[in-house]
Design a protein around this ligand. Sequence first.
Ligand SMILES: [Zn+2]
Length: 362
Amino acid sequence: MNAVRVRRGAIAAASLVASTTLVLGVVAPNSDAAPKTPTAKALTGKTIFLDPGHQGSAAGHDLGKQVPDGRGGTKECQTTGATSVTGKAEHTINWDVAQLVKAALESKGARVVLSRNDDTGWGGCVDERAEAASRSGADVAVSLHADSTSTGADAGKTGFHMIVPTLPIPDKAVDSVQSGEGRKASNTMRDAFKSAGFSPANYAGAVDGIQTRSDIAAVNLTRVPAVFVEMGNLSDPVEAAALASPQGAARYAVAITNGITSYVGGKGASANPTAPVPAPGTDNSNTGVTPSDQKAPADDSASGVDLAGLAAIGPLIDQITKAKSPQEAQRILMTQGQDVTADVLKAILSVVYAVFGGKLPI
Ligand SMILES: [Zn+2]
């Protein structure tokens, strides 16, 4: 992979990995211990549960079946999900982005468990998915959705939001997890979206990219930290087009990957440039900061993702897809791709091509 190896960002990333490995080797207290695996990566040993919302088909299943809602009542087993004003189904958008995130996380050493096996069949009721997330023992469970505010075009209502549960949650164990780590993970994901250049939702009562609701079973029932992402509004034509495109999906995937990596790497607080240092025992969930306070760190060494370069990935993929030869694609990568680390870029590109058709030109 010469094209990747010579890129400036890739060299920096390789240096980082090398120096990390060296430090681990030097400080290892027991020289008789099994040798460190040279392939240990940022997310080695971590499990991530990804839940691409809804399903390809509900054939043979009753969407209206009543299941526990985590609040002492019941709700419908599932819904079909939204449809983009561009015509693309939400379940497919969720699935495509999940595939990109899965590839990126696996390139960083994570074990990824999906809530459904494909985008053609059934994927389980909401309570079953919550149980699967809990049983996976994941460090964090992330549900991926895209919103809809109208059956037709509804331009202007845009932006992402994370849905967090109204507290307290009746199940004390769930309440403890979601009010603490779950909220921290959600805030970290919100910050990752902002750092990637996405705007918090300007609708649905979301405050700084966070919406509080009591009716989301995924967070009411899950016993591992849960993040419920509404990536954008499929009723807004511009946002719908972005979510349906390879370039846009890759940008969302990089942001989500970075949010997950920051959180499970224990970097959520320090990677959050907006959060004041909380006093012990205080809730920093509502910092009330404004977007103008946002500054993307030049590099997040925990994630290995150069946040400042995230904005470049969409145009980069755009250029590569238009390349007329593998040689031209390689040249574009060498000159334009220096802002995204090699592993993540390669993993995402490979899935972009697999998911959206075409052939990987590198
Ligand atoms: Zn949805």
